[in-house]
Design a protein around this ligand. Sequence first.
Ligand SMILES: Cc1cc2nc3c(=O)[nH]c(=O)nc-3n(C[C@H](O)[C@H](O)[C@H](O)COP(=O)(O)O)c2cc1C
Length: 341
Amino acid sequence: MTKTDSISAPRAAKLSVAPMMDWTDRHCRYLHRLLSKRTLLYTEMVTSPAIVRGGAVHLLDYNPEEHPVALQLGGSDPAELAEACKIAADLGYDEINLNVGCPSDRVQSGAFGAVLMENIPLVAECVAAMRAASDVEVTVKCRIGVDDQAPEEVLPEFIARVAAAGAGRFQIHARKAWLQGLSPKENRDIPPLDYDLVLEMKGLFPALHLSVNGGITTLDQAEEFLERGMDGVMIGRAAYHSPADVLCAADRRIFGTDGPDSDPVEVVHQMVPYIERHIANGGRLHQVTRHMLGLFTGRPGARGWRRVLSEGASREGAGPELLLEALDRVTGGDIGVEQAS
Ligand SMILES: Cc1cc2nc3c(=O)[nH]c(=O)nc-3n(C[C@H](O)[C@H](O)[C@H](O)COP(=O)(O)O)c2cc1C
């Protein structure tokens, strides 16, 4: 889909697939786009130092079909973030998102990610600089607080001040990040979810576009949050592990389109020319198929599908015919059902 054919990022943000390092790369996003035309897709986090100081502009490569697509930036230097925004805007991203939610050590040492919840004026300065650098919408993904902060105090203050600096949309991961003592993975599960606080923010800031994130696994849940007043729902791990369950019916159920739901079997066939191009350009099969392992999760043949791909896709010379062989396990009546991990 080209940028002009796709819907705008604010409309698409009714449902989004969360930024996930090492997971939501451009191959994953291409797959997700085939499953849903409307859902907003986020890149993995790319740091502004890598782009501006490291010259790693290739990290911003994406397929034109991915629109609407948002770039997530990590950083805390307003001038550097502004420079990164300019570069990203020229490349045609539909939205630029600032990461104020990631608790990993590497990110803490660079003084960005979730630790920025403790420095609201700096976040506001970053957002203002990013807004001034281009016409692309700037949004912020945050937590409800970190460590011993009181979320009911810090979150409204954060939103008010960062919105005043120019962010019109927020994606709120509805749990704290504990910067000491928990690994990044534990920080996605252990701090308790507080959806009520996020819903309260919508009451406090009716003019802002607020998305809820964290622990949401089904379209039923997403619909419930939208009915309760949230503007958007962001889904991370469930969209990655069971992409068909989350995305195949999303255009109809969340965005109200008329067409038929996407069909994962058809999508596998649509991935073949993409994979052929990738391999012709020197890429490897498994770089794409690793994102497809969960495509039939919970359906007959899922285990065979996953096994054929995980055993064969890294072999020298493996090509898209392996995909069709794996598909045979699904369409050919193999009944190994596999549950979501
Ligand atoms: C493997 C992985 C990588 C992640 N990388 C990022 C990231 O780069 N930026 C970010 O803001 N959040 C990142 N997250 C957090 C997700 O965006 C999301 O906030 C979190 O997983 C909670 O949502 P969920 O319960 O729907 O998965 C990552 C999560 C996972 C599982």
